[in-house]
Design a protein around this ligand. Sequence first.
Ligand code: WT7
Length: 630
Amino acid sequence: MSDRLHTLSGYFHEYQKSVAQPEEFWARIADSFHWKKRWSKVLQWNFEEPDVRWFVDGKLNITENIFEKNLYTLGDRPAIIWEPNESHEEVRTLTYRELFVEVCRFANALLSKGIGKGDRVIIYMPMVPEAAIAMLACARIGAIHSVVFAGFSSSSLADRIQDCQAKAILTADGNYRGSKKITVKGIVDEALEKVSVETVIVYRRTGQETFMQSGRDFWWNEVLEGQSEFHKAAEMDSEDLLFILYTSGSTGKPKGVVHTTGGYMVYTKYSFENVFQYCPGDVYWCTADIGWITGHSYIVYGPLLAGATTLMFEGIPTYPHPGRFWEVVEKHQVNVFYTAPTAIRALQAFGTEPIEKYNLSSLKVLGSVGEPINEEAWHWYHTHIGKGKCPIVDTWWQTETGGIMISPLAGITPTKPAYATLPLPGIQLSIVDADGKELHGNSVEGNLCINFPWPSMIRTTYGDHDRCKQTYFSTYKNKYFTGDGVKRDHDGYYRILGRVDDVINVSGHRLGTAEVENAINEHPKVIESAVVGYPHEVKGQGIYAYVICDMSNRSEENLIQEIKETVSKIIGPIAKPDKIQLVPGLPKTRSGKIMRRILRKIAEGSLDAMGDISTLLDPEVVEKIKAGRK
Ligand code: WT7
């Protein structure tokens, strides 16, 4: 692994090189991959459009870089270790050779159903190896996958099917999540009452009774019957779409973030190896769901491109007991463990007893992702899980960035609690003030932007390029705007302060306030609503909804319950408001704009410092809302 950084001075040196000569820098890294045809130009870009192309004219298949490139050297190494929901159920291990066969067979099965290059395929599945196989099989034939987190509702699923005009859905009969058994195919069927696809392939996980529509629905094992164990990888262009992943923004419906083949491949492997300092033979475990970008980049593509052993866990941290994570660490001798602050805080609440039962001495590196990690959780993680000897990599990135942008390199970059520390070589950050003026030097605070392209960056929002331009490239000229606030301290270290737009981060999951409001407004008794985030001990941020309702013949309690259910049905349980306050009115300016700043203040309990409310249409409403605070 020649691209690997080993020392802090090496990091600084590489960083300088990556800024001075970005094309040479990335070409050297990309050269270690297998290209069917080498690129003619490393990078072509303009942020105005935006139009960004990496490894122009290069031809490749990402799965050839996972399999063919490595089979001789690591064919018998475990690629995926699967730990089921129940600890007594059988573990499944797939070596690189075995995974390759499964991917080829499933690729052939997809082709036999008429699915091919450029077709969009929705993957709506539990955390089973078949979900990864499905992604890789799509990549193998050049179909574009769009994984939808299995916790999303049927109407969220239908929206995504519609938006990307999916040809097929890959799914399962059911899903085990802790003590719950969820009917997955039933949700798919509900979605397919509103929109249609040609083909549904159903993996049997729970064995529950399942409706199958003849001619449309097929069992996974049946479509695999008789399929050849080899498939010749489709030749893809560097800039061919690899996948679409929907994510929430501050306005409207979730948008389909588009990632392309060559750049995403190069960046996910590069960042995986450098951030986690993965060593051959290590067992690596990322606890995310494949439905999020973390699962794409750091359960599937990054680790597999690096020849790593990646553990996939079907269950949840607290089932059947709050020591489940640590049980899995001991059982599989996990060396690198990557999770979210929300999980750490949830487990912290159970004390150290559930940890003490297990031997965690295999752990070498700990990771954190998804939201700012508070200092208390950082110290708890460091002391009780890492036993004071494992570096913590606090990795900042986004669905749109495709890979980790700011993070310590494990064991190399000195860490500071709650700091994501420094950008990876190749990543050129800037901090701007409200007017877009770049703030140079240290000890500054402002909005986080990225000044120069990186290989795994978002290319467009599917079907609506203008939305991509408006959202990320228009706020500040010639910069990608992240939506996050940030501080650069006296050492030049970065600390992420959280979103500065109308996005709430609930347990590391992104939700737009507008999206939640739209769902609340679907309830027939709701007249208007306003949603804000507020500090939540475990989730990081909770959802606080202020709702104006027609109260006739209804009890407050019933209405609140019904509104929660409405949101759960329209988006999914993750979007259910933690607190709903029925209010007589909302603080609005004379032009009708809701003053969210005031609502945020009330939600977080800072009732005295309201700031200037003289511009409000009806300043008295503020007192009424304060009085009824939940
Ligand atoms: C937003 C992106 C990246 C995969 C998971 C979430 C927040 C992410 C950190 C971190 C502070 C973080 C940011 C970012 N975020 N990682 N280490 N420290 N904040 O992906 O759903 O696209 O959300 O998550 O606010 O913008 P996502």
